[in-house]
Design a protein around this ligand. Structure first.
Ligand SMILES: Nc1ncnc2c1ncn2[C@@H]1O[C@H](COP(=O)(O)OP(=O)(O)OP(=O)(O)O)[C@@H](O)[C@H]1O
Length: 272
């Protein structure tokens, strides 16, 4: 069976409606997206949007489909079904315009440990075609923003895990994106480093107006005012303001709501 065949039984994926106008104003719009690895369906007709200057948590256990979705948004994988827009730019049809507005922090670390903090940033800036002088200015700027200015000359190898993550966030901000995706950004960090990263990212939303999609399997990373998307086994089970999702599930907290929606429980302790 081909990936296309894998969806043929799903009536909801037959034909896509015209783009809603609202999608044009969303930082990110996911419309009826499906993805299969051979016969394994990883995403099944999912749709949601991220509002400009908002923090949206994408909550799902391992295997929910979060990384697959990130791979589609960033064009690591081609889109099999549906449409993805970034500030109104279709990722498949206008990838240059769309991806210019996007910054990403992937789950695996991708820093050069033997280069300094600044050298890592300059290298990345060069890949984006940012001139040397501008790159230096921007590097200083993003390091201040993410609280790493005092480590500019340090070798990355000498940073803590949390500082490395913050450097990756700084790097993702170098080309001044308006939408930032973070895939399980706190995995492997202790409680303090996790809180630290989350605070920095929330500050980017509040102070810089950056839109954030924060993928996590930890419900204690979700704030009461956040927008929430609950993804489970490739399907979206709930979305909306956290309070609304909790109320709609007839629950009193996010943990119970998640259990009711999925029949399982997310983790509130340290990431695995
Ligand atoms: N390259 C691949 N080939 C085949 N199946 C895959 C591949 N990548 C992911 N899958 C499957 O797709 C589903 C979604 O996986 P995905 O990695 O997107 O989930 P996730 O929510 O990011 O989980 P995790 O946090 O564990 O990475 C899972 O069933 C997974 O086994």
């Amino acid at each position: 069976m081909t990936a296309t065949d894998a969806f043929s039984a799903d009536q909801n994926t037959q034909g896509f409606p015209p783009r809603p106008d609202a999608a044009e104003t969303s930082a990110l719009s996911i419309e009826r997206v499906s993805h299969a690895y051979g016969t394994r369906r990883a995403l099944i007709d999912i749709g949601f949007s991220v509002a400009p200057a908002s923090f949206t948590a994408l909550l799902g256990l391992n295997g929910a489909g979060k990384s697959t979705l990130f791979s589609l948004i960033t064009r690591l994988f081609g889109i099999q079904r549906g449409r993805i827009g970034i500030f109104g730019h279709d990722v498949a049809r206008a990838p240059g315009e769309a991806l210019r507005l996007l910054g990403v922090v992937f789950q695996p670390r991708t820093l050069d440990l033997d280069l300094s903090v600044t050298q890592n940033l300059l290298y990345h800036a060069a890949l984006h075609g940012i001139g040397r002088r501008d790159a230096r200015a921007r590097s200083g700027e993003v390091l201040v923003r993410i609280g790493l200015a005092d480590r500019a000359g340090s070798k990355v190898r000498d940073l803590s895990g949390g500082q490395m993550r913050r450097l990756e966030i700084a790097r993702a901000l170098l080309h001044r994106p308006r939408l930032l995706l973070l895939d399980e950004a706190t995995v492997g960090l202790d409680v303090k480093a996790r809180a630290d990263i989350l605070n920095h990212v929330r500050q980017l939303v509040a102070e810089q107006g950056i839109s954030v999609l924060w993928a996590t399997h930890l419900f204690d990373e979700i704030g009461s005012n956040d927008d929430l998307v609950v993804l489970h086994q490739g399907r979206i089970l709930a979305q909306g303001k956290v309070a609304r999702v909790i109320a709609d599930a007839g629950a009193s907290d996010i943990n119970t709501a998640f259990m009711r929606l999925t029949g399982s429980s997310a983790q509130s302790g340290s990431p695995t």
